[in-house]
Design a protein around this ligand. Sequence first.
Ligand SMILES: [Zn+2]
Length: 288
Amino acid sequence: MGHEWMGMVEDVGSQVTTIKRGDRVIAPFAFSDGTCEFCRKGLYTNCLHGGFWGQTHDGGQAEAIRSPFADGTLVVVPSSVEGDEARLRAILPLTDVMGTGHYAAVLAGVHPGGTVAIVGDGAVGLCGVLAARRLGAGRILLLGHQESRLELGRRFGATDLVTSRGEQAEREVIELTAGGAEAVMECVGTKASMDTAVAIARPGGSIGYVGVPHGIEQINLERLFFGHIALRGGSAPVRAYLPELLADVLAGRLDPSPVLDLTVDLDGVPSGYDAMDQRKALKVMVRL
Ligand SMILES: [Zn+2]
């Protein structure tokens, strides 16, 4: 298990050219060769030779990990951050949730001064708030149900919190935006969240969906059709965005570290999963 990791390089293979022993590196949640047709298009999660940690390759909740395609996959973190615990914590979420939230914002077409609605107050949705603010959104509506998470969303830059559910939430967003949000970020992946995203998109707008779809068999295609609403989503090619997001963290312009609200050691991993399962923790950091 474990697809969101950072570590120190102990050794490198003979064909590795850009990574060296002693480097601190971060990995996106998928590995990729960086050279195939899809990697060259920035679609790293469709790499012809790639895969996912914890699925086709061992994950990062371990004493050590071997990375295939180190040159294509890993990103070196400058040594200037060594000893800066706060900065290191801010870098870790780039491996998945921050990169995924950013991808949702890109696909939704978030632009300076625009209005965006974010469905979901989990770690991805909250990072989506940071991403939308970073891309200059003027108004950020966050839809969720858990007070502490919504409060964090407010700290991250959400301007409006919508806590009702279903059609009531949809009505509220449509009223608050006088007709719907031009950019919608769907960050959950359930039928209910997708229905809400489709319902609150403004005619001519875009929905970026990054929640892995679970049990979504139907979608209101008529509303998308007659509303000229684009629906774009996918498993975020986080590798494409790591350099720019890392630069912003290093410059102090981006800090997603508050989503890491519980820390355990390797033996404490099961209790970390329990805490997330019981909604007592948003995102757990494992320290060796
Ligand atoms: Zn590739």
